[in-house]
Design a protein. Structure first.
Length: 553
């Protein structure tokens, strides 16, 4: 056992003495030591059930012949940080969470791990840590929140953000905004649409790192604790079999994950995160793969933000197994091993479908014939960008630029009703380096939707979008403004054309005649976590991962 390094032999007596102080006796130390890692926090509903689930994982480990060692790591909740300076910490937290899991497990020479995850960045961080460690391990999503209810309609946090825009437009009053705010989040669980958390939970399932069906179970569901206990028991079988996490991360499984994301019109953040997971596992998987997958894979799940239903509805309809069955029928998936011990297709074989459900359709009768995103290049994005296609059929947009340095300046203009139909809103200086931290623009995009402009304007940014964003949006523009990318030379009034079929993001402005220099709206941090992140982060086109040496050198 790897843990023998801390518990075996006369020279390990000091380590054993400290373990005894935590209540572990000789029998406990003789068993494999298994990490139970979670992101419990009471700042938001996303991870608030992790302590209870961790207790169940622990029980499963003990029943399976192991000794559980529990660790807690951080979470930055996007729904709270969104639209504030705090959002700069979100993507950087992915790296910190992955680092902290790796360091805790390596530092104590543990034999395996189960990672509980919830809010957006905790899920890819868990997969990245599993890939680095390559130990027996798996991950379990704490589950989706149930929908709120307002005026007899199911609502999510997306509706609150959009209500802010409707309030600014005078379409709703203070009382209505307050009522929506108080109704949207009824209890434990991560945001309920096919936003980033549910998107990445689904991706983890099709990647093979989460047991099929268990991530589908909503947070408050009474069957969730048993799912956690099963994960504890299963990791002990993996320890006995010597199965490391990298066995499951292959070009084919990454493609399966991307197909599932595309078929559900999931968050564009999945592109960033799957590239990062591939990099951590040492697997070649490139940005262009997502464009080909999106062109070949229809959207067959009618989920918010662009559709009608939420993740708990998909669970009741038949969940990830039913989605997999539909995609397998059309030849979009490859059979791959999964952490359950059964292959992906063996898991899919157990699917059931609720009669009359309308959440998951099939590839012959899809919600949309084309998947939920596109990858474009051109003279504004020589290294690529990501177009979000959820909730609309638009594939081309041309208009005049309205250029803003930073999200706050743009949001203020939106709230003043200065954006009009036909504008291409440009928010720059929000990339991984320039932000720093590559904030999501949900406050802006939701406000535009709330003002009735969702289908009338386009937006491009070197930052990111929330999974709750819908409309014609282009993010991850590379190179970013802070690194001298062409987006830094745009000016108000420049004509911009976004053409998804041609795969171009371009302008006819003479950018080469303009100076390269761009001044950020505020000085970059010179110390602390965000300064470290900015100094070591890679391009969004490769996953915005941190590493040494500086990947830009």
């Amino acid at each position: 056992m790897q843990s023998d390094a801390i518990k075996t032999g006369p020279d390990r007596a000091p380590a054993r003495a400290m373990l005894r102080a935590t209540g572990r006796d000789d029998a406990a130390m003789a068993r494999p030591l298994i990490a139970v890692v979670h992101n419990w926090s009471d700042v938001s509903p996303c991870n608030i059930n992790h302590r209870e689930l961790a207790a169940e994982v622990r029980a499963g480990i003990e029943a399976g012949g192991g000794t559980a060692i529990e660790f807690n790591t951080i979470a930055v909740t996007d729904g709270i940080a969104m639209g504030t300076p705090g959002m700069r910490a979100s993507l950087a937290s992915r790296e910190v969470i992955a680092d902290s899991i790796e360091l805790a497990v390596r530092g104590h020479c543990l034999d395996g791990l189960v990672v509980l995850c919830g809010c957006d960045k905790t899920i890819p961080a868990a997969a990245m840590a599993l890939a680095r460690l390559d130990l027996p391990g798996l991950m379990l999503y704490g589950g989706s929140i149930l929908p709120g209810c307002h005026r007899d309609h199911a609502i999510t946090i997306q509706d609150v953000f959009e209500a802010v825009g409707a309030h600014a437009a005078g379409r709703i009053d203070d009382a209505e905004l307050a009522a929506i705010e108080k109704s949207a989040c009824p209890g434990a669980g991560a945001c309920g649409g096919q936003f980033t958390a549910n998107t990445m939970a689904l991706a983890s399932t099709f990647l093979g790192l989460s047991p099929m069906g268990l991530n589908d179970i909503p947070a408050p569901d009474p069957s969730k604790p048993a799912a956690a206990r099963w994960c504890g028991e299963r990791v002990m079988q993996m320890v006995r079999e010597g199965i490391g996490a990298r066995r499951f991360i292959t070009p084919a499984s990454l493609r399966n994950a991307a197909v599932a994301v595309t078929a559900t019109a999931g968050s564009t953040n999945a592109i960033l995160h799957l590239l990062a997971i591939a990099r951590e596992a040492g697997v070649a998987f490139e940005l262009d793969a997502f464009d080909a997958i999106s062109r070949q894979t229809p959207v067959i799940a009618d989920l918010k933000p662009g559709g009608r239903y939420m993740a708990p509805d998909m669970h009741l309809a038949g969940g990830s197994r039913l989605l997999g069955a539909r995609l397998r029928e059309a030849g979009h998936l490859s059979d791959q091993p999964t952490v359950s011990g059964r292959s992906l297709f063996e898991e899919i074989d157990a699917y059931t479908e609720t009669p009359g459900q309308r959440v998951i359709l099939d590839c012959r009768n899809p919600v949309k014939s084309r998947g939920g995103f596109g990858i474009c290049y051109g003279n504004l994005a020589p290294e690529g960008c990501v177009v979000k296609l959820a909730g609309h059929d638009t594939l081309r947009f041309a208009g005049r630029a309205r250029v803003f340095d930073g999200e706050e300046a743009c949001f203020a203009a939106v709230q003043r009703r200065e954006i009009v139909a036909g504008d291409v809103v440009v928010i720059r200086g929000e990339g991984p380096v320039g932000g720093p931290g590559m904030r999501e623009m949900l406050a802006v995009t939701a406000a535009l939707v709330g003002q009735g402009l969702g289908a009338e304007v386009a937006l491009i940014t070197d930052g990111r979008f929330s999974g709750a964003t819908h409309g014609f949006m282009v993010g991850h523009v590379c190179p970013e403004a802070a690194l001298g990318g062409p987006i830094a030379r745009l000016r108000d009034g420049d004509r911009i054309v976004i053409d998804v079929e041609a795969r171009t993001l371009s302008t006819d402005a003479d950018l080469d005649a303009r100076p390269v220099a761009w001044t950020p709206p505020q000085p970059p941090p010179r110390s602390g976590a965000l300064a470290k992140f900015a100094a070591t982060v890679s391009s969004a086109s490769t996953g915005a991962c941190t590493g040494f040496p500086d990947p830009r050198s």
